[in-house]
Design a protein around this ligand. Sequence first.
Ligand code: PRP
Length: 178
Amino acid sequence: MSRPTAPAVLYTRDQIQATVRRLAGEITADYATKKPLVIGILKGSFMFMADLVRELDFPLEMDFVRVSSYGQARRSSGKITVVQGIRTPVKDRHVLVVEDIVDSGLSLRFVLDSLRRKKPASIEVCCLLDKPARRAVPVPVNYTGFETPDKFLVGYGLDWAEQYRNLPDICYLEEIPR
Ligand code: PRP
C-alpha cells in the first residue's frame, strides 16, 4: 500500500501538552480522592494515556482494553472486535475511560456497554479528540481535549494503516489511498 501525501500538522505537540494539562486539572478536581481505575482503549490511546496519567498526582490504577473497528479501512467497519479484554475487577470502582478519538462513537459505546455490565460505581469518559460531525450513536464524553473538524487524523497514537502513530503532533491526511 503506497503512503498518502505527507501529513499536515493540525495540533502541535505544545498545543497537545497544554490540553493534556488542562484535562488533567479537570480530572484531578473530580477524582483526586476516588482512587479511580483509568482504562485506556488501545491502540490509539497509548500516547495520550501515558502523558495524561503522568499529570495525575493522586492514587489511581490503570488497565487497558484493545478493540478494533477500522482494520485497514479509512472508515469504521461498525463491527467492533475485542482484541484484549480487561482483567482488573471493575465492580464498585470509579472508572475513567481514556480514548484518543471519538468518531462514530461505536467503539466507545461498545466499551462502555461492556464495562457497565460489570457494575462500576461510576463511569466517565475522557477523549482527546472529538469529531462530532461523524457521530453515528450518542455517547457521553465528560472531558474533551479538542473538538476537531472532519479530517482524517494521524499521529500521537492515531494511525493510517498502522502508520504514523509515532508522530509527536496530531496531523491530517489530505488524500488517502483507497
Ligand atoms: C480508532 C480510535 C478509536 C476509534 C474511534 O480505533 O482509536 O478507538 O477508532 O472510532 P469510532 O468512534 O468510529 O468507533 P481503531 O479501531 O482504528 O483501532 P486502534 O485504536 O488500534 O487504531
